[in-house]
Design a binder for this molecule. Structure first.
Ligand SMILES: [Zn+2]
Length: 247
């Protein structure tokens, strides 16, 4: 692949990650220490774009993002820039899952509550929750994922699934693209909040496998994600939280 195409792949991915970061932060989902990573394509498939450790997620720009290698070490970035401490969440999952091109780690309070109560598992309850039909495993380690081995253990807990909860800590959501990842993250939070609220009304009826198969048969994931990407980034642009020229 020539240098120009590789450069344009990286430029586009930087725009997408920065836009998703600003949008999820604007929606109150990402928070001060959430991070999104994306696999660079082309000749740099083993390299990943991610936010820095300390930059405000409300102010991140495409040029502020760093590129790390499979071991989590910084390959490219501004002087003094440092990847997040938990970069190994991303590198180990992206290394283990070739079907995944984007990973989001965040600390959703309501979803994390489900790791604190015995016998109450987070399961799909609303229609977009079908993304997690195969299950949402809970990683038992509550500490920060601070090295490759801890990252590998988390990737093992995640297995072939599309989200995992991390006990008393947060969650990880994975997808095939940055756009679908952002929409999955919004639906993940909605599903957890629906289940939490429904449980206050009475006993919750999760979606059955048959329900989920029926919903999936009538859903076009790509078209749905594209529509909601435009909707949510549009809200962020209108609010002044996201420069429209990145889209
Ligand atoms: Zn964390």
């Amino acid at each position: 692949m020539d240098q120009v195409s590789q450069t344009s792949i990286e430029a586009r991915l930087r725009n997408l990650v920065a836009a998703a970061t600003r949008t999820l932060n604007h929606l109150g989902i990402l928070g001060y220490s959430g991070h999104i990573s994306a696999r660079l394509g082309g000749d740099a498939r083993g390299e990943y774009v991610i936010q820095t450790f300390d930059q405000s997620r409300a102010e991140v720009t495409p040029g502020d993002l760093v590129v790390v290698g499979g071991d989590g070490n910084l390959l490219r970035g501004r002087k003094g820039a440092k990847p997040p401490d938990e970069v190994y969440i991303h590198t180990e999952i992206l290394g283990a899952r070739q079907d995944v091109n984007a990973v989001f780690h965040f600390h959703p309070q309501v979803a994390t509550l489900f790791t604190m109560v015995d016998g109450v598992d987070l399961v799909p309850v609303d229609n977009h929750g079908i993304r997690w039909a195969s299950g949402i495993p809970v990683h038992p380690v509550p500490a920060k994922i601070a090295d490759q081995e801890m990252g590998r253990d988390l990737a093992e807990t995640l297995g072939p699934h599309f989200a995992a909860l991390m006990r008393a800590h947060g969650a990880v959501v994975v997808a095939e693209s940055v756009e679908t990842l952002m929409i999955d993250a919004i639906h993940f939070v909605e599903n957890a909040e629906s289940m939490y609220k429904a449980s206050m009304l009475g006993s919750v009826t999760p979606l059955s496998q048959a329900d989920m198969a029926e919903i999936a048969g009538k859903m076009n994931r790509k078209a749905h994600a594209a529509k909601l990407w435009d909707y949510y980034t549009g809200i962020a642009v209108k609010a002044g939280a996201l420069p429209g020229e990145w889209l």
